[in-house]
Design a binder for this molecule. Structure first.
Ligand SMILES: [Zn+2]
Length: 132
């Protein structure tokens, strides 16, 4: 299905994942630490099975496994990062409803609603992003 609204073609899932990684942990992963125990003793631990553009990590101190999305609204979603960015834009910036977004993008409406609920939970912590 072709969409009228889409992200720029160079905004690949890999690129978005990289942007998140750098924003969170620094250009050379200098701020990389375990989200659970804050240890810096962290190793790369392969790639996400369904989404190979997501890097997995393992904490050598407490054994916790995590990735660059852990603890963000993008964690555990069943849509690509590209679709997540698009939904975020349409919802927060353009103020479209979940149903309108679902129709526009051809993504199941429950999937869209579930992601929007996560976005809204997060908006409470970042009020400056909550205004559409
Ligand atoms: Zn840890």
């Amino acid at each position: 299905m072709s969409r009228i609204i889409t992200l720029a073609p160079d905004m690949t899932n890999e690129r978005i994942a990289e942007m998140i990684r750098k924003a969170r942990w620094g250009k050379n992963l200098e701020r990389l630490e375990c989200p659970r125990c804050h240890s810096r003793d962290v190793i790369k631990y392969g790639r996400h099975k369904g989404k190979p553009y997501i890097q997995l990590y393992r904490c050598k101190s407490c054994g916790y496994k995590f990735n660059e999305l852990t603890g963000t609204p993008l964690s555990g979603i069943h849509i690509s990062l590209r679709d997540a960015m698009l939904i975020t834009y349409l919802y927060l910036k353009l103020g479209l409803s979940g149903l309108a977004i679902s129709r526009e993008l051809g993504i199941n409406k429950n999937t869209v609603q579930k992601f929007i609920r996560k976005l809204r939970e997060w908006a409470k912590f970042f009020p400056e992003h909550a205004e559409a």
